[in-house]
Design a protein around this ligand. Structure first.
Ligand SMILES: NC(=O)c1ccc[n+]([C@@H]2O[C@H](COP(=O)([O-])OP(=O)(O)OC[C@H]3O[C@@H](n4cnc5c(N)ncnc54)[C@H](O)[C@@H]3O)[C@@H](O)[C@H]2O)c1
Length: 261
């Protein structure tokens, strides 16, 4: 059966878990050769094994510039091209460790670390991949931002600020390389039930009444959009930041007083 991503090579960072894992599975289902790239090599290998022949795993550290460059070079060497770069690796549950709080209770060191993992990592990965995309006639970058990049809360200062920067990095690349057929789009997930959120937000059920859909999102929900943005069907979609949040950013969905009266 023909898939809409047949012949394409995709790197999925953070592919060992959660949103990245869902993306790797879906991109392969749609026909892409998928590189599951993660700091957790064992986890990445397990995901690649589950996908089967269409995937293989590579270890890398998104915080490390050389490691990220080496990842891209190895993929080009082994697969001959890179059509899709899906950046998911970020500072989530396993390393946030309660350090990212409000302005007065967060250190500059935490800010720097968040900046490196969440923003510089994508800057470096795009710098490494875009020349190959240009040389082969195009490509699609899909960055994982967050609703936290546009809507604030009482804590997670660094997370929100860095995710806002991911949105601007996305539009910058879209503007600069669109004419070379390199598209760059971002996704703003809302509450997606992944290992990260289940640890980080243990009382997630309490959030559900605020959402128009009274359920959390699934990695399959974000994966559907990643696969579409990766495909040629999205060839005129560039520089967009699209929420997959069940309507969270649209407003507070709890019944209004008027309805309750
Ligand atoms: N789950 C949500 O509700 C949600 C909401 C908004 C945004 N996001 C974003 O989606 C992305 C994925 O989140 P998730 O919930 O699937 O998280 P997760 O913790 O389940 O998965 C993150 C993966 O990234 C890998 N990773 C972390 N740091 C890395 C590094 N330095 N180098 C290489 N790999 C690294 C981890 O090993 C892990 O496999 C993140 O960018 C996150 O900020 C998630």
């Amino acid at each position: 059966m023909m898939g809409r991503l047949d012949g394409k090579v995709a790197i999925v960072t953070g592919g060992a878990s959660g949103i990245g894992e869902g993306a790797a599975i879906r991109l392969a289902e749609d026909g892409a050769q998928v590189v599951v790239a993660d700091r957790n090599l064992e986890g990445a290998e397990a995901v690649a094994r589950r996908i089967g022949g269409k995937a293989f795993a590579l270890g890398f550290d998104a915080e490390d510039i050389e490691s990220t460059q080496a990842l891209v070079e190895q993929v080009v060497e082994e697969c001959g091209r890179i059509d899709v770069l899906n950046n998911n690796a970020a500072w989530t549950s396993d390393n946030i460790g309660g350090l990212d709080r409000d302005l007065l209770n967060t250190t500059p060191e935490t800010f720097d670390k968040a900046w490196h993992i969440n923003v510089r990592s994508i800057f470096v990965a795009c710098k490494a991949a875009v020349p190959h995309m240009i040389a082969q006639g195009g490509g699609s970058i899909v960055n994982m931002a967050s609703v936290a990049g546009v809507r604030g809360g009482s804590g997670a200062m660094c997370y929100g600020v860095t995710k806002a920067a991911v949105l601007r990095l996305t539009t910058a690349v879209a503007t600069q390389y669109g004419r070379k057929n390199v598209r760059s789009n971002a996704i703003l997930p809302g509450f997606i039930g992944t290992p990260a959120t289940l640890v980080h937000v243990p009382d997630s059920k309490a959030l559900m009444p605020f959402l128009p859909f009274h359920r959390d999102g699934k990695p399959a929900d974000t994966a559907a959009l990643i696969a579409f943005l990766a495909s040629d069907e999205a060839e005129y979609i560039n520089g967009q930041c699209i929420a997959v949040d069940g309507g969270y950013l649209a407003g507070d969905a709890r019944p209004s007083r008027l309805e309750m009266d």
